[in-house]
Design a protein around this ligand. Structure first.
Ligand SMILES: *Cc1c(COP(=O)(O)O)cnc(C)c1O
Length: 377
């Protein structure tokens, strides 16, 4: 062992490289934007960057990128209409952590609260609720994937002694459905609920809605108390990442300081990536808001193209307004495997990210059409 890889192990890495390159190409079932070039940042892999602690507070560990992280958060503050003096956040390990943070904050603020979430909620949330040991009730979904508001109303009404914490899906994983937080707030006021909390899981759509003409509500100005957005989905990142965003006044109420690293221990994890804030910063700086807008509109246009092409071939495809998730009947296992499609019961979907081409759609539609006629004949 001389600190170098043997030729055999070098070859293993070469093989791995080829395998990843091959599987990256046909990926249509998951919301992963793969068109990016972060080579400007490769040299920062030389450092043990660690963004431990609150990005807005000084820390003893100075090999960090907190200043870049704060710039990234400022971008997200604007996109989610956070108020300048009541905004806080940090760059997470992904959407799951942002959701966990939002629910943690809600439970700390409202320890007697009950979390309401729909059947179509991301699978990771049930685990988070167990971990937090918070009371929770699953609400029925409508067929289109949105929360059933009548069920939400009746269920909150039955539990009027406990403050409601609504976990709203801003783009469900399977159908891209957006829960209406305006309707949720109307339910609160109809039932005269004063202590309440809304968390928005905007993993994918949190980077779509700020760029469309008629967005569904999900921002702080529209009633969100916390928001989670993934970084590796619409923006694209070689490392999973995301942001947890919240109201600063709420965060201050639960903050604790730790002497060892001289930090305010406001984040869920201790050591945090200092590289992923650079990735997000690079994306914002190279694309700018106009570039992000073009990217999002390009993906939405291609998604509409996919719906139309499928319908031309008698495949009953559909998508929600402002969604890049194209839903159609579950295809054969061969098609699921070939295009890395994530099925759920009788439904399949493809998620049209900015790197997906019309040529790929045409090839997929050809496969689906063969499937379809096998099924009907
Ligand atoms: C992807 C996704 C998550 C989980 O996000 P990660 O970044 O994979 O941790 C949560 N909710 C929704 C709606 C998602 O689509």
């Amino acid at each position: 062992m001389d600190g170098k890889l043997t030729q055999m192990n070098q070859r293993r890495l070469d093989k791995l490289y080829q395998r990843l390159a091959k599987h990256s190409r046909g990926l249509l079932g998951y919301p992963i934007n793969q068109s990016y070039d972060y080579s400007d940042l490769y040299r920062f892999l030389e450092f043990s960057i660690n963004n431990i602690g609150d990005p807005f507070q000084p820390t003893n560990y100075q090999v960090n990128t907190h200043d870049f992280e704060r710039e990234v958060l400022e971008q997200f503050r604007r996109l989610t209409h956070g108020s300048e003096d009541d905004f806080w956040g940090y760059v997470t390990n992904g959407g799951t952590e942002g959701n966990m943070y939002g629910l943690f904050l809600a439970r700390e603020l409202l320890p007697q609260g009950i979390v309401y979430y729909s059947e179509d909620t991301h699978y990771s949330v049930a685990k988070t609720l167990r971990l937090l040991h918070v009371r929770s009730i699953m609400i029925r979904s409508q067929k289109n994937g949105e929360m059933d508001y009548a069920d939400l109303y009746e269920t909150i009404k039955l539990h009027r002694d406990a403050p409601p914490i609504v976990f709203a899906n801003i783009g469900t994983t399977m159908k891209g459905a957006v829960d209406n937080i305006g309707t949720v707030q109307k339910i609160f006021s109809d039932l005269a609920v004063s202590d309440r909390y809304i968390h928005c899981d905007a993993a994918l759509s949190g980077m779509i809605l700020p760029f469309v003409d008629e967005p569904q509500a999900f921002t702080f100005a529209e009633g969100a108390d916390s928001i989670s957005i993934s970084g590796h989905k619409m923006i694209g990142s070689p490392l999973p990442c995301g942001v947890a965003l919240a109201r600063r006044a709420n965060v201050n109420r639960i903050a604790r300081s730790v002497e060892y690293v001289g930090i305010l221990d406001t984040t869920l994890t201790g050591s945090r990536s200092g590289f992923s804030p650079l990735v997000l910063w690079h994306a914002f700086k190279t694309l700018g808001l106009p570039g992000l807008r073009d990217m999002v509109h390009g993906a939405l246009d291609t998604a509409e193209y996919a719906v139309q092409r499928m319908r031309e071939h008698d495949i009953p495809a559909w998508r929600h307004k402002n969604s890049v998730t194209v839903v159609f009947p579950r295809p054969s296992d061969a098609v699921i495997h070939k295009w890395q499609i994530a099925p759920h019961r009788d439904v399949g979907h493809v998620i049209i990210m900015p790197n997906v081409t019309k040529k790929q759609i045409d090839a997929l539609v050809a496969d689906l059409t063969k499937d379809h006629y096998k099924r009907v004949s």
